[in-house]
Design a protein. Structure first.
Length: 636
């Protein structure tokens, strides 16, 4: 017999594992078609699985001395192997002679998980099946002997009393794996192979007899199966054995088969997301909103959701994240224990860039993998999927503007010249928040307004808006600017508006915009149009005549042409100089005789009473006609 070194064996295994096949989900998964014929339940499923794994490539029991060094190699150190039960990592680099790593069973030997005394032969394929053999400490192998497996999870390995029977508990680390190795043997060997018997798992601890082919305790093994799902060590081992034997352990690859094959067809498990509405089919949907952030901000932390299980049966479930979703629980090797309700916390989030604005999303789907249908709608195989929908809104920065079509950050307006004491003119202006990305632009906050210049004369009614009052994208607000006519003079002011994004992660200061206002307030020019009809005519003379002599508080409507507050001969002089100033002056001239036709004597007599009271004074301002009323310019 030729013995290969561990390195050579490992190379062979690697080559075998790379043989042509459909692409697996990961390095330890079967091909997608390996279990394609396993479509039934109960005894039918058991037979289908037997047919899939039957007829494997058989290696001798002697070869196991070398092969177990590969199948159970310590994944952290190629010079060591992991022993069953105590899980010691044994250094075998200095062991052996003709067989490297083997010192004739002194440091380790071959443990039959299913003892030969309980139906495993000595010359058939069952005696050397690598799915069943494990390297063991010789003393522990001897201590276990031919005992049934049993005992509650949570104990140290060793001999225990369970249900009044002496049993062997394999330890928490190996309990699930031992159960699945036993499941494999009960399906693989039905006595149809030469030199084999029909192996069966039963509840309790069957007595050892000369013809025993049963082993227990099945009920405990089902408990362990759901308490300790296959880990990477077990899955790697299954793949490695497949490289040697060309068959797999179905209960490692598809642990959900166990309930249907070894328990019953009435798995009553139902999974649902806490806080979600549960449908009649057992499905539930939960929305997880990670909120809103600005472009460039860190992606928000994941959130925790709770997955609940009801029903007494145990079950395996698969978690698949799609889109940008992440989940702390993934894959199909997740389980809820038997015996009642359970819950599992799952952290879900998004792995996404916030460099661009828009909706970032993903989905996490939980699938109850059980294959039985006996418990009806919403249970076992008829339990619909549970879905977590995760979303994050990434917003573009707000964009302030004085115009709605293109960003304009500077605006000028000239009120022109207005008459002192008259009504205050106003100018309406808008502040827009332009939508950079439709539906995904932040609201705009106006944090501060600072005026520089004649803020008493040129005023605005704008005020900061922040928080809940922030300006939504695509919206605008209107404000008024006004020129105060109380004081005479030329005025100018610059109002600076400081903006920022709404208060979200990633918010920044958005700079400023300037509103520049100018205007002049002047004293009214002399005018004898006392009736405000656009003509200076006899009707205006009659107004002057009725109020002549008023020396305080007079208005232009009472005949005060020069704005000095009195009605005197000075105002008549203005009337004389402006008489006839209108396109229609000739029409209205007939209403009152021309001054030239009046008797100079009569006019002198009329004016005589006022001569002593007449005051000659120069008006405060003799201004030229008003400038163009308003001039508006916008600077981008």
């Amino acid at each position: 017999m030729i013995f290969l070194s561990r390195v050579a064996v490992a190379a062979v295994v690697a080559l075998l594992a790379l043989r042509p096949a459909a692409a697996p989900a990961d390095a330890y998964d079967p091909s997608p078609t390996y279990y394609s014929t396993a479509t039934g339940t109960g005894a039918t499923l058991k037979n289908q699985l037997h047919d899939i794994i039957d007829g494997h490539t058989v290696h001798s029991y002697d070869a196991a001395r070398t092969l177990l060094q590969v199948t159970d190699r310590d994944p952290t150190n190629a010079n060591r192997i992991i022993l069953v039960y105590n899980r010691v990592s044994l250094d075998i680099s200095n062991l052996g002679g003709s067989i490297p790593g083997w010192d004739s069973g002194v440091s380790w030997n071959r443990e039959h998980v299913w003892p030969q005394a309980r139906g495993v032969g000595s010359s058939g394929p069952d005696s050397s099946d690598l799915h069943m053999l494990r390297p063991s400490n010789p003393q522990l192998n001897n201590d276990r002997g031919n005992l049934n497996f049993g005992g509650a999870y949570g104990q140290a390995y060793g001999v225990k009393i369970d249900g009044g029977n002496q049993v062997w508990y394999p330890g928490d680390a190996d309990a699930g794996m031992i159960a699945r190795q036993s499941f494999y043997m009960a399906v693989r060997y039905d006595g149809s192979d030469g030199s084999t018997t029909n192996l069966e798992l039963v509840n309790g601890a069957p007595a050892l007899t000369g013809s025993s082919t049963t082993m227990g305790d099945l009920a405990r093994m089902l408990e362990w199966h759901y308490l300790v799902p296959p880990d990477e060590f077990e899955r790697r081992r299954n793949q490695t054995v497949f490289g040697y034997q060309n068959n797999r352990n179905p209960f490692v690859d598809r642990p959900e088969y166990a309930w249907s094959v070894f328990a019953n067809q009435n798995n009553d498990s139902q999974l649902a997301l806490a806080g979600a509405t549960l449908g009649s089919n057992g499905g539930s949907t939960l929305a997880v909103d990670l909120g809103r952030v600005l472009v460039g901000a860190p992606t928000p932390a994941a959130q925790t959701v709770t997955l609940n299980k009801t029903g007494a049966a145990g079950t395996y479930f698969e978690v698949v994240a799609s889109g940008a979703a992440t989940s702390s629980v993934t894959g199909r090797y997740n389980a809820f224990a038997t015996g009642g309700a359970g819950s599992r916390s799952i952290s879900v989030g998004l792995s996404t860039s916030t460099a661009t604005a828009g909706l970032k999303s993903g989905t996490v789907v939980v699938d109850n993998l059980d294959v039985t249908t006996g418990s009806g709608l919403g249970r076992g195989a008829q339990d619909a999927n549970d879905v977590v929908q995760i979303s994050l809104a990434v917003l573009d920065h707000a964009k302030p503007s004085f115009q709605g079509l293109a960003q304009t950050t500077a605006l000028s307006y000239d009120f022109g010249s207005i008459i002192a004491g008259g009504p205050a003119p106003t100018f309406s202006f808008d502040i827009f928040n332009l939508a950079s990305t439709a539906g995904y632009t932040a609201a705009l906050e106006l944090d501060q307004i600072f005026g520089s210049g004649d803020t008493a004369a040129l005023t605005i009614n704008a005020a900061p808006f922040t928080g809940a009052a922030a300006l939504a994208a695509g919206e605008h607000r209107s404000f008024l600017a006004a020129l105060n006519p109380a004081a005479v003079g030329d005025f100018a002011v610059t109002y600076t508006f400081s903006f920022s994004d709404e208060n979200l992660p990633g918010a920044v200061n958005l700079g400023t915009m300037q509103l520049m206002l100018t205007g002049s307030v002047v004293v009214a020019a002399d005018s004898a149009d006392f009736t405000d009809d656009g003509f200076v005519d006899g009707a205006d003379f009659l107004v002057w005549q009725r109020h002549a002599g008023t020396l305080a508080g007079a208005t232009r409507a009472q005949g005060d042409a020069n704005g000095d507050g009195s009605v005197t001969a000075d105002d008549l002089v203005v009337w004389q100089s402006q008489f006839g100033d209108s396109p229609d002056s000739l029409v209205h001239a007939a209403a009152v005789p021309e001054p030239a036709t009046l008797s100079l004597a009569a006019l002198s007599l009329f004016l005589a009473p006022f001569a002593a009271r007449r005051r000659r004074r120069t008006p405060t301002c003799r201004c030229s006609p008003l400038r163009s009323r308003s001039r508006l310019s916008k600077l981008t």
